[in-house]
Design a binder for this molecule. Structure first.
Ligand code: ADP
Ligand code: MG
Length: 357
């Protein structure tokens, strides 16, 4: 096992930042820790790296208990959210830094350091910038150099704390694909922290969803997206329409509408429920095709690239419903603001429980 976290708990003066976290990361795996700001992601990474001590629990890296080791003995590479390159050092010297400060016995020869730095800079496609200073690089380029620097000392484990979050959307998307490819080449056991669900879904072998210092769910991107365990996970993984209603006699109310309760809630006693529908799981038509279709009026049309967002006022519903349909369908149906349409809720997910949106 690459990383084993056993029952990690961390409190800051009366506040529990991490509450009994246990997590295994296989050697060579890329796991995303996904959760809202303040849920404890950075604290967990700092504990793995040895920059912070847990109040309870163990950190086992490649089968060795490292709970009480100082950071430099843990052999962990870290890339932070904000570029942490040394401003006065060139790209070469930044990447070489971790090797040059090793005790003499462990330090590679000067030519071995040169070779390693060149190799790493090629790997992150920054070899052309070897003599530049950080101020002469873009944000994305700096983060690639930071990654090369973290990899220089051959870490057992690579920890990335929202490394792309300060970059603009297009660069962020490019870098996440690039990082996925790089990981497929080097297979270093990695934990990638993000609050961006798209980034986690696209990048990771496995996603661990965290909320308030606890793990809500873990699984492959498809598992957590298609089978969210609870309302928090469902809501956090994408845009949603929420309908507050009640479960009663095997039916769930959504506005003036009823749908069958899911099997596990068929025999539930009457109680409040939350029903969720993702915008892309809503069908739009100009003719009524089903008794259960809602009647709606298009209040707003939003261009979203390949998809068109529609804001619909539906009869019997207090709040507008957001739908997303393919652009081609929008054009074929000749839809426009003010039109009346028939709306089908194709996939309704119902949760009961404490988490209320
Ligand atoms: P995330 O990275 O998920 O945004 P953090 O791990 O940075 O969250 O923080 C988790 C919680 O712990 C936050 O409420 C934060 O304010 C608190 N916290 C983090 N570090 C400290 C500290 N050194 N002292 C007190 N509280 C802290
Ligand atoms: Mg953080």
């Amino acid at each position: 096992m690459g990383i084993e976290l056993q029952n990690i708990t961390k409190k800051f003066t009366g506040y529990t930042a991490l509450d009994d976290i246990s997590l295994n990361v296989a050697s060579g795996e890329l796991v995303a820790l996904l959760g809202p700001s303040g849920c404890g992601k950075t604290t967990l990474l700092r504990i793995i790296a040895g920059l912070e001590l847990p109040d309870a629990g163990k950190i086992i890296l490649e089968n060795k208990d490292t709970t009480n080791l100082p950071p430099r003995e843990k052999n962990v590479g870290f890339v932070f959210q904000h570029y942490a390159l040394f401003r006065r050092l060139t790209v070469f010297d930044n990447v070489a830094f971790g090797l040059k400060v090793l005790p003499r016995k462990e330090r590679p020869s000067r030519s071995a350091i040169n070779d390693r730095v060149e190799h790493l800079l090629k790997l992150v496609q920054m070899d052309w910038a070897i003599k530049r200073y950080p101020s002469q690089l873009s944000g994305g380029q700096r983060q690639r150099v930071a990654l090369a620097r973290a990899l220089a000392v051959n870490p057992k484990v690579l920890l990335l704390d929202e490394p792309f979050s300060a970059l603009d959307a297009k660069v962020r998307q490019e870098l996440r694909r690039w990082l996925r490819k790089l990981h497929d080449e080097i297979h270093v056991t990695s934990i990638f922290v993000t609050h961006d669900q798209e980034e986690a879904l696209e990048l990771a072998d496995r996603i661990v969803v965290i909320n308030k210092g606890r793990i809500e769910q873990q699984g492959t991107p498809l598992e957590v997206y298609d089978h969210p365990k609870n309302a928090f996970v469902y809501n956090f993984l994408g845009n949603v329409n929420v309908f507050h209603g009640r479960i009663k006699n095997g039916k769930v109310t959504l506005g003036s509408h009823h749908v069958d309760a899911p099997d596990e809630l068929k025999h539930a006693e009457e109680k409040p429920s939350q029903a969720f529908v993702r915008p892309h799981e809503i069908g739009i038509s100009k003719i009524r095709s089903n008794d259960t279709d809602l009647t709606g009026t298009i209040q707003e049309v939003r261009l979203m690239g390949g998809q068109i967002g529609l804001n619909l006022a539906c009869e019997g519903f207090d709040h507008p419903i957001d739908a997303e349909i393919p652009r081609d369908l929008y054009i074929n149906l000749e839809l426009a603001k003010g039109d009346t349409v028939f709306v089908s809720l194709n996939r309704v997910r119902v949760f009961t429980g404490d988490y209320v949106i």
